[in-house]
Design a protein around this ligand. Structure first.
Ligand code: HEC
Length: 399
């Protein structure tokens, strides 16, 4: 049933998620930038002064100093930046429940990938997220974390291992989104269980007039670097839902791997550019290479369809019948599917004219990416997809 209340709740959750996400990532990028651009003060060194920076913004000059404080200097009012992160994560988890868990049979399960029940899919999702965080935290909190190379490899192993589970059990779109949710969950765990405790310890140490425990500060720095590298891959995944050519590709995991690695690498280039301007070139090269590779992957028709192509002429009546049988129960002015009272995304195939007009979209969703019919609820066959492909290749003509 189409439920206006559920629709409104989803709309608001998405809106909040986007606003909080912009605030969180925006803040963290600004702080990163500030930290990397601090200058040694022109007025000469002063006790406790780490660096300073001048900025101009919104009608005023701003001077900021990074300080190590003595106990008497600790101000009454200190601003923290933690709720932006929490709100992003909490609204994201709500969206996961609203969009994926509540329609798990169609949004998470793809019978062509794994014939699992909706509850199994939800179980895998709900168990994997805390498990991944716990494993990751153990790696970096214990002695293993002392060897940064080993710990980094293990972290990649955890993310890739969990992704392999998602790709083997979930629909392409749900698998993509879960890799993103997993990264976001690790990032949030880092903020709340490592970075914030370190800030509390810094304040306590300052109050007591002692040095901050260096181990605590070191851990926090490490985790915030991890978050820094997760940012760009995570943001790509959050956008990927609009690009069925990525998550709907038969090799969707390759596209994910390439674009996420490129995103992290570009982030690295941005981190390095203040100390070494040469980083601009390798970064641009990798970004360009990844984009070209993805473009080739997305447009390689034979790769997208290993099955035999149909070469005989296709009559429009044949196409109309396929669309009528497989699509219009949802995509119609009067859908008959129990889940949709209005046509999803406003796409309708009620007339020959509409079918012809939407031919490019039909190709994208039902031929190339097979992300339609949703979870193949209407049992579309590969032969029917090939008929649509042939019709489109022959010019997508009407009756
Ligand atoms: C069970 C219901 C259902 C059936 C059957 C179904 N769709 Fe969809 N369709 C959806 C939903 C829900 C969305 C929106 C979510 C999304 O984009 O994945 C959608 C989105 C689309 C879009 C994206 C529109 C846009 O904004 O770009 C296209 C195109 C599409 N469907 C085509 C088809 C075709 C072609 C068929 C038949 C082969 C089909 N659908 C069958 C439910 C369905």
């Amino acid at each position: 049933m189409f439920d206006p209340l559920a629709e409104l709740v989803q709309l608001i959750a998405r809106w909040v998620h986007l606003i909080a996400g912009i605030m969180w990532i925006g803040n963290s990028m600004l702080w990163n930038w500030i930290d990397r651009n601090l200058e040694t003060p022109k007025s000469g060194p002063r006790k406790g002064l780490v660096g300073e920076i001048w900025m101009v913004h919104s009608g005023g000059f701003y001077q900021m100093e990074k300080l190590a404080l003595s106990p008497s200097q600790l101000p009454e009012n200190l601003h923290w930046f933690k709720w932006q992160n929490f709100t992003t994560w909490a609204s994201g988890i709500s969206l996961m429940v609203l969009v994926y868990y509540m329609s798990a049979a169609s949004m998470m399960v793809d019978p062509e990938i794994a014939a699992i029940s909706a509850n199994t899919a939800i179980g895998i999702s709900a168990a994997s997220l805390p498990a991944a965080w716990i494993l990751y935290d153990i790696v970096w909190r214990t002695k293993i974390g002392k060897s940064v190379t080993l710990a980094t490899l293990l972290t990649l192993g955890i993310v890739i291992g969990a992704s392999a589970v998602y790709f083997n059990f979930f629909s392409g779109r749900a698998a993509y989104m879960h890799v993103g949710i997993l990264m976001g969950t690790i990032m949030t765990g880092n903020v709340w269980f490592v970075i914030m405790p370190s800030q509390r310890e810094l304040i306590a140490a300052t109050k007591e007039g002692r040095e901050q425990d260096p181990a605590v500060g070191y851990q926090a720095k490490q985790r915030s670097i991890h978050n820094n590298y997760f940012t760009f891959p995570l943001l790509f995944i959050m956008l990927s839902g609009h690009f069925p050519s990525t998550f709907g590709h038969p090799k969707s995991w390759v596209i994910l791997l390439v674009l996420c690695s490129a995103g992290a690498f570009v982030r690295h280039g941005m981190n390095m550019r203040f100390t070494n301007k040469m980083w601009f070139w390798p970064t641009s090269f990798v970004a360009f290479g990844a984009a070209s590779f993805t473009l080739v992957m997305m447009s390689d028709k034979d790769m997208l369809s290993p099955s035999q192509k149909r070469t005989t002429p296709v009559e429009f009546a044949e196409v109309a019948e396929i669309i009528h049988n497989r699509c219009t129960e949802c995509h119609s002015t009067t859908p008959t599917n129990a889940g949709y009272k209005v046509a999803p995304n406003g796409i309708m195939f009620d007339s020959a004219d509409l079918i012809v007009r939407h031919a490019p979209k039909i190709e994208e969703r039902a031929v190339k990416s097979k992300s339609m019919p949703l979870a193949n609820q209407t049992n579309m066959t590969q032969a029917e997809r090939e008929t649509l492909r042939a019709w489109i290749d022959q010019g997508a003509k009407g009756p």
